[in-house]
Write a protein that binds this ligand. Structure first.
Ligand code: B1M
Length: 213
């Protein structure tokens, strides 16, 4: 079995320590961080997602798989940092109210930090007012909202509305993402940027802040 398949299998079994060690070993073997992330960690999480959908695994198994995913991504974090010119700018990020999923949001944060952006992470289950408060306090350039549930997607619209209500709509770009989110939803709710994955989100954030870079 390849080391990437081993990472995927151990993640599915929720073996955080083994996942961490295997990811370290894969890095030592010279496999690049993006491949380990996509073909090892995310591959395992996607199998878990399918099983979860079919009720073949339940919340506790998914949670321990998520913990194993975290252990693996922590090893990769410094390697996902790209070299080159560092962007300057501030991003406020969070998972919207009612939603506890944070793996994707954490990846977006890591990739943005990798581009040199300062990221203020509000965590999960973040009310719209808290996004607005944080943007105003930090004078942030971007607010980034993640939602993983179809039931919490409308909460992103609440964030947009709150930003308009606070009178800061022209001062901040609104980026949105998460599995059920689409570009047409982005347009429909009056947000600025939809991106499908963490790497694209980080690139889009840099472009939004300093288009010339
Ligand atoms: Co949940 N869950 N979950 N879950 N969970 C999903 C999302 C689901 C699709 C599973 C399924 O049925 N197949 C389903 C949602 C169905 C729907 O609404 N359409 C679901 C459900 C139903 C639920 C509960 C309601 C289950 C229950 O209790 N009955 C419950 C809700 C809890 C809540 O939030 N209130 C629940 C709970 C949980 C756990 C807590 C057990 C756990 C979360 C642990 C954690 O995050 N710390 C969990 C998990 C892990 C999943 C799955 C299996 C994996 C999600 C994940 O982390 N994927 C998921 C199934 C799946 O996605 N296949 C599922 C890996 C991650 C890297 O991908 O987050 O999509 P993702 O991020 C991507 C992109 O979307 C993008 O970048 C990342 C890739 O680079 N992205 C952005 C994300 N945010 C972005 C922001 C951006 C830009 C891009 O700009 C701002």
């Amino acid at each position: 079995m390849s080391i990437l398949a081993e990472i995927s299998q151990n993640l599915q079994q929720g073996r955080a320590k083994a996942v961490k060690e295997l990811v370290e070993k894969a890095v030592e073997e010279g496999i690049d961080a993006k491949t380990i992330l996509e073909q090892g960690l995310l591959e395992g999480m996607s199998v878990i997602g399918e099983k979860f959908k079919k009720n073949e695994v339940y919340v506790p198994q998914v949670l321990i798989a998520a913990r194993a995913m975290k252990a693996g991504t922590e090893v990769l974090q410094p390697l996902l940092v790209s070299s080159g010119v560092k962007a300057k700018g501030k991003v406020v990020i969070g998972t919207v109210r009612g939603d506890l999923h944070d793996i994707g949001k954490n990846l977006v944060r890591m990739m943005m930090e990798g581009k040199g952006l300062e990221v203020i992470d509000l965590g999960v289950d973040v009310p719209a007012e808290k996004f607005v408060e944080a943007v105003m306090e930090a004078n942030a350039d971007i607010v980034a909202c993640s939602a993983l549930l179809t039931t919490t997607m409308p909460e992103i619209k609440t964030v947009v509305d709150e930003i308009v209500r606070a009178g800061i709509r022209d001062k901040v770009k609104i980026m949105i993402g998460g599995a059920p989110v689409t570009d047409s939803f982005c347009k429909q709710i009056g947000a600025d940027i939809y991106t499908p994955d963490a790497a694209t989100a980080a690139e889009a954030a840099v472009n939004a802040i300093s288009p010339a870079m």
